[in-house]
Design a binder for this molecule. Structure first.
Ligand code: AMP
Ligand code: GLY
Length: 425
């Protein structure tokens, strides 16, 4: 089978690495991909939101399955586009339809969904420009810190946490009055702050059955000690020490099962990955957010721990027989360290030559923002997050030591990393 994978980050290079090992694969295409995915298949110069271009590629390359990495095309309805097209409707898409992707695409929808299905989450209210005064009143009734969330997709920047009421009122007003995130902030969710330690859990589902993937923890802040602005993620580890069987059971019973039941009862057909961003509040899990895809950089530490042939799992999703598959998990720990461009998550330069990948031993290298140049032949930086270094170890510490040792060997001007991944565990 020929497979088309959509996306261009570290998550997609990891998925490409895994799909390339499948006995079911004939040829892998990646759109648009990066310098890393190029080693695993053929990159196609197509935007993930160019549905017509994707259709043409699927037909001309006889693609038998489409795997969607990022949320954007899912929220924009790529799965629905395939279902509605005579020539495409039999080609499985791994990723939910638009309605399912709304769990990520609209925070207000996600909160209402959780409320309807009694899924533990922070108390909240949603406001628009017309209800701005009521929002200010609601903020005044809360205790700091204040959590404000743009309703729609805002490239990971839509959550603002304010330590004072004054700042919260100012940000809240800016979100609604100045459309800080365009149409994404036409609605703003104001929610109670949850105090605890975060982790990410994932399922792969065929709409009815699901398998729970290994959990992970990502490190979002740019600076050590979880300081500074949020990034897409500076590193990740799997497993997570506090996610013991008792905690995982609570997540399954209180969150995963009611979510699946809710999707079924509301007629939302969900095939693909579902990501639960969780807060462990004194041993009890709460949902901070849903994502309709795998996490990045969680994928870089989770997927290497899965020993199954991933296309067999995807095929079972497409045929709705996931109950026939058993997940096989590598008992070792994995640790991912992200190398990013100086200035990220603010402005940064691109086009810096990357060297040293050939010196790496005993780690997996997953490219994120990289591009391969022909003349002269080189690989250069092309984004904020540049390269993920993932290693296995008998313990988290051992995996981290190997990742840091190899992270040193990769060089590019402005290379920045956090040296304290896993510090809180
Ligand atoms: P998100 O973009 O939804 O992943 O949110 C970004 C980060 O904001 C999360 O990873 C949490 O650290 C934090 N956050 C979001 N909602 C809450 C909440 N209700 N309480 C505490 N922290 C939160
Ligand atoms: N690492 C968090 C995310 O992928 O949203």
């Amino acid at each position: 089978m020929n497979v088309l994978l959509l996306g261009s980050g570290g998550r997609e290079h990891t998925l490409a690495w895994k799909i390339a090992q499948s006995s079911l694969l004939s040829h892998l295409y990646i759109a648009p991909g990066n310098a890393g995915t190029l080693e695993k298949g053929t990159n196609l110069p197509l935007s993930v939101n160019d549905f017509q271009g994707i259709k043409e590629a699927v037909l001309s390359h006889c693609i038998g399955m489409v795997v969607v990495g990022p949320e954007d095309p899912l929220v924009n309805g790529i799965h629905d586009f395939f279902l509605a097209d005579q020539e495409l409707h039999n080609i499985p898409v791994i990723g939910p339809t638009r309605k399912g992707a709304m769990l990520e695409g609209s925070k207000d929808f996600a909160k209402q969904f959780m409320l309807r299905h009694a899924i533990p989450t922070a108390a909240y209210k949603t406001f628009t420009l017309t209800s701005l005064p009521a929002g200010i009143e609601f903020l005044t009734s809360l205790r700091p810190p204040y959590v404000l969330k743009a309703d729609g997709l805002a490239a990971g920047k839509g959550v603002i946490i304010c330590s004072t009421l004054e700042e919260a009122k100012k940000e809240f007003t800016a979100l609604l009055q100045e459309s800080k995130f365009g149409s994404a902030s036409q609605k703003v969710v104001v929610e109670a702050f949850l105090s605890g330690i975060e982790l990410s859990m994932f399922i792969l589902t065929d709409g009815k059955n699901y398998i729970i993937l290994p959990e992970a923890k990502d490190y979002k802040k740019i600076r050590e000690g979880d300081q500074g602005p949020n990034t897409g993620g500076m590193g990740s580890i799997s497993p997570v020490s506090f996610a013991d069987p008792v905690f995982i059971k609570k997540v399954e019973e209180r969150i995963i099962q009611p979510t699946m039941k809710g999707l079924l009862s509301e007629g939302i057909d969900y095939q693909g990955f579902l990501f639960f961003g969780l807060m462990n509040v004194q041993g009890n899990p709460y949902v901070i957010e849903y994502n309709c895809r795998m996490g990045d950089p969680e994928t870089e530490s989770v997927i290497p721990r899965i020993q199954n042939d991933i296309l067999k799992l995807f095929r079972a999703v497409a045929h709705r027989c996931l109950e026939e598959e058993t997940l096989i998990v590598d008992p070792r720990s994995t640790a991912t360290v992200m190398l990013v461009s100086d200035g990220y998550p603010g402005t940064y330069e691109k086009g810096k030559i990357i060297t040293g990948e050939d010196q790496v031993e005993s780690s997996l290298i997953f490219h994120a923002g990289t591009v391969s140049l022909q003349d002269p032949k080189s690989i250069v930086t092309n984004g904020g997050r540049v390269i993920a270094v993932t290693s296995y170890g008998a313990t988290m510490k051992e995996a981290l030591t190997t990742s840091y040792r190899n992270a040193k060997k990769i060089s590019f001007e402005g290379k920045t990393l956090r040296r304290d991944i896993g510090f809180d565990l």
